[in-house]
Design a protein around this ligand. Sequence first.
Ligand code: EPU
Length: 421
Amino acid sequence: MDHFEVNGGSRLKGRIDVSGAKNAALPILAGCLLCEGDVVLRNVPRLRDVHAMLTLLQRLGVVSSWQEDGSLRLRVEDEMNCHAEYELVSRMRASVCVLGPLLAKRKRAQVAMPGGCAIGSRPVNLHVMAMEALGAESELVNGDMMLRAKKLRGTEMFLGGAFGSSVTGTANAVMAAVLAEGRTMIESAACEPEITDLCDFLKGCGAQISGHGTPRILVDGVTSLKGCEHTIIPDRIETGTFMVAAAITNGELMLHGARMEHLIAVVDRLRRVGVNVERGEQGVVVSSSRRLDPVDITTQPYPGFPTDLQAQVTALLCLADGNSVITDKIFPDRFLHVAELNRMGANIRREGGTVIVHGVKRLVGAPVMASDLRASAALILAGLIAKGTMRMSRAYHIDRGYEQIEEKLAGVGADIRRVSE
Ligand code: EPU
């Protein structure tokens, strides 16, 4: 198992190219199951989760190959298998995105229940409810969701749950509805840019969708989808992570290709603590030059502050001049980074779904353990400013969602290296 070593103290300066969005690429890859003909995807990030999705798609009869120009070409060749097995689904929860496409195209889907993960309980009741609303029958067999439908019919559905809408639940609802008979209205749909990107991809393939990017999506069913060429949007969570890297090291980074309009809530909070964020011609420029102020943050569905940046911003606020209160309303148990940050000298106290961060003057290097993707990003960020060496084990977590993070950070002056054991 690889680990990371980071020696803190370098001011980061320079340009980082932002990769394609993991959470847009994964549902779009699943959406290829709907298409007849070749799909060509550009800006697909080469991540562990993307490779896991390609393995799942291969088992479901999809042939894929990386092209010389960096694009990914996919084509469905065999529609016999409809089973996403527990071995893959338990490794990557986004595997659940094949549910809607399999049901719509092959009339049946058998997808292992994902279960919980390090960031808390991850139910799929909204996904199943959406499929049932479209006319599917469902049962639970040996831990697998079994769904069948001779025909899906357009309907009205409400996708709001106890914690807001569901991002991948909305993706599944849209992907099932595109081949249903008639009109589907998805009320309380997720508004995340990754859902908009999925809908733009499906429209390129011939789907009839409107209202994406708002809480009410309308889908008029068509009889088939063709392939198309599509470019994945830049990753707003990777962008936000590098924004924090610039802020925490009092550095200056130009995040090339980043789209500031996808990060307005984050920009608002960063400016509030004293970070400079400017829209550049080809991306976003982030810099800071003083000790930051504290701020309160509550994570919410888009356009609110994203839960996927909660851990990273917690690391930043560890060094603020005062107390910050951070509440995660999406995943109230997503705080496994807290104990590790405290090992590095932070002063964070957790009360349920909230943490109170008492700013300290410095963090110190220590051996720490990554528990999940965004927690591991937070630990690396803390390592960038810590005195001494931070050694983070279980590096595979970061590889799920950050493309070549050590190369990108080293390229702007960080002292970071991956050590293979
Ligand atoms: N929820 C339900 N019922 C459901 C589904 C979700 O109650 O059927 C709840 C969840 O427990 C949570 C809330 O609804 O409290 C939102 O969960 P959502 O379904 O939106 O999460 P997701 O679709 O499983 C995606 C991202 C996550 C990101 C969340 C929230 C992908 C592949 N994953 O997950 O990304 O944290 O939305 O924005 O898009 C990550 O990249 O690190 C990551 C975990």
